[in-house]
Design a protein around this ligand. Structure first.
Ligand code: ARG
Length: 298
């Protein structure tokens, strides 16, 4: 659309230049006429040159500027990098399913990705306030969050899980009592669910999933209620057992600033390609066992 607008501009400027040339040839005196004609054709050249530049700028805008990035060519991504296996820090570097996926998306969009570790419970206000271009953090798409930021298409499906220590008396949500203390991560859907549905028990909020599981390990809480794949990681590590899976049917999305459709579209296109060509399955296989859910299979 922008390029079309420039075409009109070029046509108009060319017309003006030609009119100048025509006026010039009305002057008397051959030398003068020639001189003005030369000037006029030089003016036409100038117009053409700046028109070319304008076209190039427009094309560039269409391919990158429209992403509305804080810094051209770079995608600054906020994440609470303490949510294994989606994001964690290993040897000072972010790793995980989300990181592999975001790296691949950035590379397909043609931008350098830069991660910034940030607390989960302020991640949405920070994105809305312009601190990041995007956020990836195993973030469940919810209507409430959608009011202040925009989401990409879903890239992962998850439920919640109640985790306990091996040998715990709590073998499911039915065993939760007024004496039970449940750890959750602040600002998460799991925290909201627990506060609403396990209201009889005491809910203790922790800044990160790592803190919540540390509290379980030290037995200062009886259970952790958190995204099921995160419980899965702990089960695999032998640090917790799954007492019960709770169906919450959550879908994760990548957040972008409200109204940044350029970036959202670019992310969605890259994501579709990643699912389509089997790259999603490859990344999934690195971090999870079992088949890729049908929704994300090519
Ligand atoms: N899916 C949950 C939510 O959106 C938990 C996400 C927590 N992610 C994280 N990296 N700490 O609320």
């Amino acid at each position: 659309m922008k390029i079309e607008r420039f075409r009109w501009l070029i046509a108009l400027m060319t017309l003006l230049a030609l009119t100048a040339a025509a006026c010039a040839s009305d002057d008397d005196g051959d030398a003068e006429v020639e001189e003005s004609a030369d000037e006029a054709s030089a003016a036409v050249d100038d117009v053409e040159a700046s028109a070319d530049e304008a076209m190039e700028d427009a094309e560039e805008a269409a391919s990158s500027g429209d992403l509305g990035l804080l810094e051209e060519g770079q995608l600054l991504v906020g994440s609470d990098i303490a949510f294994e296996p989606f994001e964690s820090i290993v040897d000072g570097e972010p790793v995980g399913f989300d990181i592999d996926l975001m790296d691949e998306i950035a590379s397909r969009i043609g931008v350098e990705v830069e991660y910034q570790n940030t607390p989960f419970d302020t991640i949405f206000t920070q994105l809305a306030g312009g601190s990041f271009d995007a956020i990836i953090s195993a973030i469940t798409i919810t209507d409430e969050r959608d009011e202040t930021i925009d989401f990409s298409d879903p890239y992962f499906a998850a439920n919640q899980g109640l985790a306990t220590l091996e040998g715990s008396e709590i073998t499911g949500v039915g065993d939760l009592t007024a004496d039970t203390t449940i750890a959750v991560q602040s600002g998460t859907t799991g925290a909201d669910y627990a506060l609403e549905n396990f209201a009889d028990s005491s809910i203790q909020e922790f800044p990160t999933s790592v803190d919540a599981f540390a509290a379980l390990a030290s037995e200062s809480v009886d259970a952790v209620f958190i995204d099921l794949p995160v419980v899965g990681g702990q089960v695999e590590a032998g640090t917790a057992v799954l007492a019960e899976e709770v169906n919450t049917d959550e879908l994760y999305g990548i957040g972008v600033g409200e109204g940044n459709t350029g970036l959202a579209t670019a992310i969605n296109e890259a994501l579709a390609g990643i699912i389509e060509d089997g790259t999603y399955a490859e990344i999934y296989g690195t971090w999870f066992e079992g088949d890729v859910p049908e929704q994300f299979a090519s």
